[in-house]
Design a protein around this ligand. Structure first.
Ligand code: MN
Length: 293
């Protein structure tokens, strides 16, 4: 097995607010000069590094907005996110939980701090990914996978080294829980104290690791501190990670979707015409109805 080498270790780019509830570092597609296909099928990575929100009666968040042509994946480390969509789905995503929403042909949704968390305030630490869909699935029926931490299969590392939450794909024989449209590997590594591990991913899969907490030594040399994103070359299979302290890291790896990308606002399609269609369908009510409260 050849090593999958580090291409670059990216520190968090300057943050911006999404609505008034999410202070995110956008690693791609805007934060760095990374081509839109470089991390395909992952199109966007918004990282709300851990911050403390002060208590507030009216929850902060993002009001009603549409999506079409992809999936949004919300991964919560601290705090709680509440959401509603125009298909009647609603729920709360707490620490360790995942919300995997297939926008497909189109939904309206809103994303807020959960009411009780908002009243108390405290640490908030969240990732949102946009996972692209291939042309053949862009207009599929919208769907929704609420995945609680208890539901996520876990690989137990030897010698009390921690666990790997297998969100999607397969990690050392443990099969992940999320249903995906294209081959994706996604794990939350929760390493305890001094730990080392090695694993393999297909050579041609675009691969990155977000260090959520702690730090990682990668392939025996490069050091990646918390809140950094490790971008790998597509030159081998094997990744070795070591840490001296408790560390949480999100592994993202997937088979690239080799199709044209035309992105505009909340839509991710293959052609300009499809973007126009999305606006037309949105304006004619095809995304359903959802009220701001
Ligand atoms: Mn959204």
């Amino acid at each position: 097995m050849k090593t999958k080498h580090v291409q670059q270790i990216l520190p968090p780019p300057p943050s911006h607010m999404v609505g008034d509830g999410f202070r995110v570092h956008n690693f791609f597609p805007h934060g760095y000069d990374i081509q839109p296909h470089r991390m395909s099928p992952f199109y966007l990575l918004d990282y709300n590094a851990k911050i403390d929100f002060c208590p507030r009666e009216t929850p902060r968040g993002v009001g009603v907005h549409p999506h079409r042509g992809f999936e949004t994946v919300t991964i919560v480390y601290s705090g709680k996110v509440a959401h509603h969509d125009s298909r009647g789905n609603r729920g709360v995503v707490g620490p360790g939980d995942i919300q995997w929403m297939t926008a497909g042909a189109g939904v309206l949704h809103k994303e807020y701090h959960e009411a009780e968390y908002s009243r108390k305030g405290g640490p908030f630490h969240v990732v949102q990914l946009w996972v692209n869909l291939p042309a053949s699935y862009k207009m599929s029926e919208p769907g929704y996978q609420p995945i609680t931490n208890e539901m996520i299969p876990k690989y137990i590392l030897p010698e009390e080294g921690g666990t790997a939450d297998v969100i999607a794909g397969t990690f050392k024989g443990v099969q992940g829980i999320a249903r995906t449209f294209t081959p994706i590997e996604m794990y939350n590594l929760r390493l305890k104290g001094k730990t080392a591990l090695a694993f393999t991913l297909p050579r041609d899969y675009n691969t990155g690791i977000l260090v959520v907490e702690g730090n990682l030594r990668v392939n025996g040399n490069e050091m990646a501190p918390a809140d950094n994103f490790i971008l790998f070359r597509n030159d081998g299979e094997k990744i070795t990670l070591e840490t001296e302290e408790s560390t949480t890291a999100l592994v993202l790896s997937g088979q690239p979707i080799k199709e044209p990308i035309v992105a505009y606002g909340p839509f991710l399609m293959n052609t300009k015409e499809e973007i126009m269609d999305a606006f037309h369908d949105l304006n004619s009510g095809k995304f359903g109805k959802l009220e701001d409260e």
